[in-house]
Write a new protein. Structure first.
Length: 98
């Protein structure tokens, strides 16, 4: 039996919560593969973030005009970075503010 056929068989008998986690993991693996093919994307992006830390009040006000508007052709690349670098949140610890 081929791998895809086996996966499809398993998918059909798997609950939605496990499918959701599996889908996230598959997207993570694909994004990681795309990054390795295209070279490391995270390091140059981190350098850009570090170079833009010094904002002025005027630059922040100008940025307000563009909130909600996507400019550029790198949306998929940014989404892949998010998928590859996000992690699970753990809320098992006690809340110190309660």
């Amino acid at each position: 039996m081929m791998i895809k056929e086996t996966l499809i068989q398993e998918i059909e008998s798997t609950p939605d919560n496990i499918l959701s986690a599996t889908l996230d993991f598959l997207r993570f693996l694909k994004a990681k593969e795309n990054q390795s093919k295209a070279g490391t994307v995270t390091e140059p992006t981190q350098a850009k973030v570090n170079s833009q830390i010094n904002s002025t009040g005027n630059s922040l006000l100008e940025h307000l005009n563009n909130i909600g508007k996507w400019e550029g052709d790198d949306l998929q690349e940014c989404l892949n970075i998010v998928y590859a670098t996000r992690g699970k949140v753990n809320f098992d610890e006690n809340n110190p503010f309660e």
